[in-house]
Design a protein. Sequence first.
Lengths: 122, 905
Amino acid sequence: MAKRVLVVEDEPNITEAISFILSRAGWTVHTHADGATALDKLRRHPPDVVILDVMLPGRSGLDILSDIRADPGLGRLPVMMLTARGQDRDRDLALSLGASRYMTKPFANEEVLESVRALAGE
Amino acid sequence: MLSFDLLVFFSLAYVAFLFAIAYFAETRARARTGWLRSPAIYTLSLSIYCTAWTFYGAVGYAARSGLEYLTIYLGPSLVMVGWWLILRKLVRVGRAQRVTSIADLVSSRFGKSTALGVLVTVIAVAASTPYIALQLQSIALSFAVFAGEGAGIAGSEAQLWTTAFWSGVGLTLFIVLFGTRNLDSSERHHGIVMAIAVEAVVKLVALCAVGIFVVWGIGGGLAATLDRIDASPIARWDQPGGRWLGLTFLSAAAFLSLPRMFQVLVVENDGDERNLATASWAFPAYVMAMSLFVVPIAVMGLERLPGANADLYVLTLPLSEGRQGLALAAFLGGFSSATSMIIVATIALATMVSNHIALPLWLRARPRGAVVSGDVRGAVLLSRRLSVGAVMALGYLYFRLTSGGAALAAIGLISFVGAVQVLPAMIGGLYWRGASRIGAAAGLTVGALLWAWCLLLPSLTGILHPDVLSEGPFGLTWMRPQALFGIEGLDPLMHATLWSLLLNTATFLTVSLFSFPTPLERLQGAQFVNVFDRAVGGARLGPGETGAEDLLIMAQRILGPDDAQLFFARAAARQGKDGYLPDVTPDFLTALERELAGSVGAATAHAMVGQMVQGAAVTVEDLIAVADEAAQIMEYSARLEAKSAEQEQTARALRQANEKLTRLGLQKDAFLSQISHELRTPMTSIRSFSEILKGGVDGADAIRFAGIIEEESRRLTRLLDDLLDLSVLENGQVELRRQSGTLAEVIDRALASAGGEGGLAIDRRRGEEGLLLQTDLDRLAQVFINLVSNARKYCDADAPVLRIRVGRSGGRAHVDFIDNGTGIARENQAVIFEKFARLGDASRAGSAGLGLAICREVMDRLGGGIAYLPGQGGAAFRVTLPPPGTGLDEAAQEGAVNRAARVVV
């Protein structure tokens, strides 16, 4: 059975690009645009990998990351953070909160695919 | 023969003329023409002292009691001549405390007491109602004289009632139109003052005309008239000196304490004490002219028309001689006297009833601490109008009940004695620090009760049983209304005056000595008594917790948005702050309370502000301020205060600058991060889809993906354009193109460009938008587009509405854009005009947060301005339009200065 990725991102065009790349590679892709309800969605249908944007409406991606790590059911879920802010400080903060990977926009498509595969343990 | 209809026509024409005068003066007052405030107008307005009672009644009085009528003029003349004794202080206090009526003065002096305000109002209404009735009666009678002349019979009672009724209705209309048109914080009515000044001239001319006719027309010249006077009984009747003295004192006291006199003397006094200096000789001259021909007319009347009503000689003499024109002039003179008195008295009483009875009741009916809701101005104006109607109805009712009763002069004097009861509390309050609220209330009550018992009730036929007059109530002879404590032989008027004033004053003094004034009373007392010595603030409220914004909301509802905003902006500027919200200091609260007092009276204003400010009690500092009154200490502390205020102002400015710097520092960090985010987001899609296309996809997807790439490229371009625009504006390199067009056109364009989608309703008044502009209209439209799109994006109401309003403040036109959403939080109001200051989550909107920063730069360049307007219920922006005369070069320079100032801060 195909593995599942959840993309939490509010820019529709970026969501569409990631979906296209991953679907073509055989993944089942779910998307979600609202920060406030992202955690609920994760709890109801835990995916194999999460791609999480840092600046989301409703709730920051970093807050969601902390909650994932504190959640007994989701604690070990691989999380790839996406951000449009390229400063080192942001990267350090994300990694210290428990991000599995950290990727800066704009990204190379191949890079995204490889990271997701690595995170899913393929 | 003058027909009754013709007479009605002349009256109506005259009234229309008065309307025109009042309207003209109101228009001129708005244009601030100087002569409206001239001492001459002031003096003429004082002549409402001469009512129909003096116009018609003085002659009757002379016919009955000889020269005694002169006392009625002598008293006020003495008060005016000695104006610096009492009047100067009264006017100074009235202006300093923004007093709206005599009840307000007493209430304000004694700790802004609501109860005292009510008491004085009740006394004033009780004392003035008969007087208003008297004026209605004189109008009705003078009509009846003409009607009777025509039909050969005197007018029936029903006819009198009808005439009085319609006169009352017409006057009510006039007063509501010009007396309660707007809620002016200074409570002045230029139109009405002008109209009564004209009426003053009319009545003087009319009386003199009749006098000249009597002396030279039918009296056979000056010498013959003097002989006649010598021969007539008037010259022989001599009066006891005590009564002369008493009447002179009574009329002087009434001149100071009649509500209508207080209205023209103090409240409507628009200039300053110079008005008084002129009036001090001009007013006695006026009343002298008014009294000049009284005796000749009375003598001639007694001789030619024996048995006729002496109160109407002024009218009946010319009629009996067949001089219709002269009779008409006399009629209009009497009409003027009556109407001007009714107008001013009604306004004064209505202000008192509304401010001291209706509004406190209304205020009490609402839960304590609740924020004032609804339009208070509407409520105040409505209560004023209803009060006008009520006062007039009372006068008419009294007239109907007592119709055909006492002679004119008797009612006038009864009113005088009632009004004079306020005098001890008023004079005591002005000159004696020890006077207390309880003392004033006790004295007023005793005086009013005695007046009613000894004078008012006996004058009303059928109320007191004759036995009570002769034997006293329940056989208590010492309580006989006209012989208290068994002292007989005084005439009833002097008896009542003596006892009521004596016991009033004694009670006031005694109770004041034995009662302890509250802190607020002591503060107000110091303010009143020492009004010439110092210019310190009044009773202060504690700063408490109320935000300036809440106070602004309340003030807007009472003073109107423009005045309130101007007042708040000035207060903020005095504290060295930008914007519309000053710090809520005791000084500011005191000033605000005084401003509000001009509209709703001191007690109500105090209650309203107190309701909003927690801890309305007087603070420890205030008590210390009361205690330390030695002049030296006061002066020393005043100097210290000035210094510390200066330091405080500097500190405040520094604190503000520091806060702003900290915010700007944080923003600079955020700026790089933001710009990175704004550029990278579209770049991500472009790069990603380009890679996908490069790898090859089928046709439909390829077209769609290419579309996304194009869309995101446009977004990038737009962002770069905005950044460039801003940087050009900031560096002052922008070219402005001067065009002319109307404001409406610019708004039309902005609404069209901002797009019609999204459910934002626009509420605008095209009628206000006819303003012609001469500036760079494209740039102005750019600002409007930004504000409209912001409302479209951020207004979170269920049914979003954007109000666009045009107004003026400080001589400049402005346009307000007000939506009905949650608005912008106080702490954010200062930063929204900074770059990338988009609030809350960053990615919600499709723009980069440069819009308002650009707007501010544009308005600076155009010589106008843009600011956030707090306290409007939703997000509100005020765009101040460039002044019409500014060339764009000057505007640019001004803009550069503003920018420089910002850089320095």
